[in-house]
Design a protein around this ligand. Sequence first.
Ligand SMILES: [Zn+2]
Length: 472
Amino acid sequence: MKRYLLLGVSVVLCLTLFLLSTEEDTAAEEDTTSVATHKTILIQNVNIVPMTHETILQKRSVLITDGVLEYIGTDDKYQIETADIVIDGSGQYLAPGLQDLHTHLDFMLDRSEPIGQHELKIFLSFGVTTILNQGEFAIPLGDGIEQLKQAIDSGSIPGPKLYTASYVRSPGMGTRLQTVTNKKEAGELVQASKAAGYEVMKVYHGISVESYEGVLEAAEKLNMPVIGHPLMALPLEKTLAMGLDLIAHAESFTYSYFNNEIQYDKIPDAVKTYLKYKPVIATTMVLEEKVSKLWGGDPTVFEHFISGPNMEFVHPTVIDDWRATVLDRWTGGDMDELNKINPFIQTYFKALHAAGAKFVMGTDGPNVIGVPGYGVHEELQYLTSLGLSPFEAIKIATKNAGEFLDEHQLSKIKSGTIEIGNKADLILIKSNPLNDVRNLLQISTVIAGNRLYDEKSIMMMKQQVSEYNANW
Ligand SMILES: [Zn+2]
């Protein structure tokens, strides 16, 4: 296994990647953790956490046919003979699979190492059954995306259902690839992205107003939702009026509404402005917490983070990449002032939430010291520490995320709640998550449509990745 150049979000992209991209099938061939599909799966005597509203349906039977929830009820007699596989759910809880709508897979970074495939497995192992990847370095545009999606859908690579956004970056932001300078270029990039297999556009804050409008207009014509960092050059209200569908980070209000000033008295106005347009907002609150601790560039803080739980599932080169790019990204400035920012973000986040803002789960992981999948659990725990109930937090990672995908016709079938007719993306857990979100970590089975990963196969996937990383 040769060492290669791993490139992070903020580093310059070079052609090395293109040269390496011919070896793409290496990892898929050696994979031993893909599982069989099941026509019918019956779970008996299980407590359901439907996430439609705050309730537990006790001792139910659930029949899954061809990856769809066909029956939920108390009568289990007539299905038991017909099911391919029967699970005794006694004493356990069945919840919707978790969804992370702001990720950055490292799949595109290197095809000679199975880093991206391993990240997908780890997402799944932690109960994440859907992700929306918000841009990656694909040269040419979209290279490998369709194959990756097909490999996941067919089960040859275990992983969550993958949706992908093509990004339009601010000029000078790391790589200059995929940026635009005018409306015409914006339209062309959107069209090329659609043709390359992306379903969503992601647009950054530093492009011109004209280009930003160009992306939104072209995307609307092609029925592609747009995720955005609100524009730097315009007040938030004007960006929202253009029709942004998803704000990539809750913290975006800091620059786009508050002008990078701590203004507690303006929070009610910010909430009012948001509510006029009400796009969905990806949380990414743990990211802000970590960034706030990294201000000042103290290497001991970094070492503390990378010695945290589950870091064995992150490839060493990804950690090296963080070390090279994250530490010096937030140095300088007045620490007393900087330390006031995160409490301010928390305060307006809570105000937005209290006012009915629609959040979806977003970790930005494994960008900036996040473990794939586990990052969702960290985010859920963090949200409850800010005062959200476990139900409110889990809803962000299930029902709300599923609704976003459904409303924008990204998903062919509804997900995010346990209801008849929905996709059977489910996690079976040992304790009630509505008592404590940490219980979501006690996963005994992950069901992704017609595929079932029991405790043993989850352990195998984790072991395969951690051993690979340890021996690299
Ligand atoms: Zn991101």
